[in-house]
Design a protein around this ligand. Structure first.
Ligand SMILES: [Zn+2]
Length: 435
């Protein structure tokens, strides 16, 4: 059996490269992928912005009756420090039919599915309507500067004509109110980082300063952390909640539909508890203060305090709008400055959605595919800049007891061997059906 027939083993090999980002160290892992592509007869293109952090691309020729389809995934992973793993995170042991290790879900599992499907398509001479481009990147987990962002900014010509891509994040079984769904990511939020500054009189700590900088900061934090920014019902959120509601029974169904009525949205989110906290991020721009800098001396009351705010911007909205919203909430004591901004996708193109959801419906007639708006960022936001619509489609037929969200970026990340096979078949079907 060749490697494409053994996607689980391919995944084990990928996990065994420690690509913790930072610093990434993706070179050996990318070279392994490059080697597999070469062995299968592909010519590859290796591109790097920073030495030791390459990205690799290969292309499988189609008839040319459809635009090229892009498959992309990242091989870097988030750190494991301070986490209590039951099995070592880079040894990729198979235990009770699970492959254990960092990246099993996010997203070396997905890279294994795509690579296996891509290699199989070539080996079996699958007739393709359009070219298929396989692109494996570095640096997704730490901003993408050496990965997708670099490729989109410096090598956009390699993606000429591509309209649709398959990437993360989605395709995994998700259980809501006892029903099984398959969310397929169709859009995501953008990332804007702010520095906020609060100023006031400085002084000697022996003589307290009521109403000073620290008191102003406390007011700002109280507002920004405990109140919501305005509601925005965006197109991807509407499609997502409508599809979800269609697969549910009352009263949950009515609650989900109620979220789309702005006069009820926030009240329903409050009623929903933890689920509401998740959905909140899909219906508002959000602002999370995460870092603070104040006095550098214990006995000096600071005249200036700065805080960094991680703001996530809904698709179709602008960082400037989000900034105005935060400013209005925080009040005049806070001065905001944008440090970095990766805009969200401006619009969505649902053209490939039905093909992908048909594949999942046939593979699992009891599951309901639905569009997913991601609250977090993926490389999809960079490809969106050059007009590419990403579908998060790495199908995994997980059981209800499997804690998907609880193990992503956390300890004990693992994936059922059967889910790797399930996803590989589904991605291969997508290549076969793409027109
Ligand atoms: Zn990822």
């Amino acid at each position: 059996m060749t490697i494409y027939e053994r996607p689980a083993e391919l995944l084990q090999n990928l996990i065994r490269f420690d690509t913790t980002n930072p610093p990434g160290n993706e070179a050996a892992c990318i070279q392994y992928v490059d080697g597999l592509l070469h062995e299968a007869g592909f010519e590859t293109t290796l591109l790097e912005r920073t030495a030791g952090r390459p990205n690799v691309l290969a292309r499988l020729k189609g008839e040319g009756s459809a635009p090229p389809l892009l498959l992309y995934g990242h091989v870097d992973v988030v750190p494991t420090v301070g986490q209590d793993w039951q099995h070592p995170p880079f040894s990729a042991e198979v235990i009770d039919d699970y492959i254990w290790g960092r990246g099993a879900l996010d997203m070396k599992g997905g890279v294994a599915m795509m690579l296996a499907a891509f290699l199989r398509a070539r080996a079996e001479g699958l007739s393709l309507s359009g070219d298929v481009i396989m692109c494996v990147v570095s640096d997704e987990e730490d901003g993408g500067d050496d990965g997708a962002k670099f490729l989109v900014e410096q090598h956009a010509d390699l993606f000429e004509g591509v309209r649709y891509a398959i990437g993360e994040f989605g395709g995994f079984a998700l259980y809501i109110d006892g029903k099984r769904f398959y969310p397929i990511q169709v859009s995501e939020k953008g990332v804007t980082w702010f520095t906020g500054t609060v100023r006031g009189p400085a002084g000697h700590a022996s003589t307290p300063m009521p109403g000073g900088t620290m008191a102003s900061l406390a007011k700002v934090l109280d507002r920004v952390c405990n109140q919501r920014l305005p509601i925005h019902i965006t197109e991807p959120a509407r499609l997502m909640f409508q599809a979800m509601a269609a697969g549910l029974d009352s009263p949950m169904k009515d609650q989900i539909l109620g979220l789309l009525d702005p006069s009820q949205t926030d009240d329903i989110l409050d009623e929903m508890g933890e689920t509401g906290r998740m959905f909140n991020a899909l219906l508002h721009n959000t602002a999370s203060p995460t870092m603070l800098q104040a006095s550098n001396k214990i006995n000096v009351i600071p005249g200036e305090v700065s805080l960094r705010i991680d703001c996530r911007v809904l698709p179709g909205e602008s960082p400037e709008t989000a900034m105005r919203e935060i400013q209005a909430l925080a009040g005049d004591a806070l001065q905001l400055k944008i440090d970095r901004s990766d805009a969200p996708p401006a619009s969505i193109d649902m053209g490939l959605f039905d093909t992908l959801s048909d594949i999942l419906r046939e593979a699992d007639p009891d599951g309901t595919p639905m569009p997913l708006l991601m609250p977090a960022a993926t490389d999809g936001r960079f490809f969106a800049r050059i007009g590419i619509q990403t579908y998060g489609f790495l199908p995994m037929n997980l059981t209800p007891d499997f804690d998907f969200w609880g193990t992503i970026h956390a300890a004990n990340e693992r994936i059922p061997v059967s889910a790797v096979d399930f996803g590989t078949r589904a991605v291969y079907e997508a290549l076969r059906r793409f027109k």
